[in-house]
Ligand binder design. Sequence first.
Ligand SMILES: [Zn+2]
Length: 158
Amino acid sequence: MAISSSISSSSADVAVPCCHCGMRSPMRTAWRCDYPGRRFYGCAAYGGPNCCTFFEWFDPEPPKRFADVIRNLLEANESLSIDNHNMMKTNFELTAALRETTKKAEELAADVDSMVASNVVLGEDLTTCVVSRRWLRSALVAVLSALIACVWLRVVNN
Ligand SMILES: [Zn+2]
């Protein structure tokens, strides 16, 4: 019988047996056995190199039905623990993906800000070009008008 156990406190009014080592035996709860949850006394040095073989059930043997119910509950609990572990893993992966997406969105936002700033500068350059072009056109019209006037005066005087 494989027994996985945990120590529980025993009530003061119960006679606590001593193990073969002569120490008061702590009460433990067996989980991986035919009757999960059944309490027992074992060696005080259980798990150590000098552990003796003392073993005594505290709880009487329960009906098999109880053992089946407890085992099913433990299996359901283990299944839920696995589900929980998988969901935590998925949550971790989603959090990492969200962090990466947020970083890319911030980079894109910075690019957009940079393009908007460049667009403003280009707009100002375009306005300057339009003004210069209008001024050049006016100057060209004035020069041509003066030239035509000179040519016309020369023709008239001849
Ligand atoms: Zn012992």
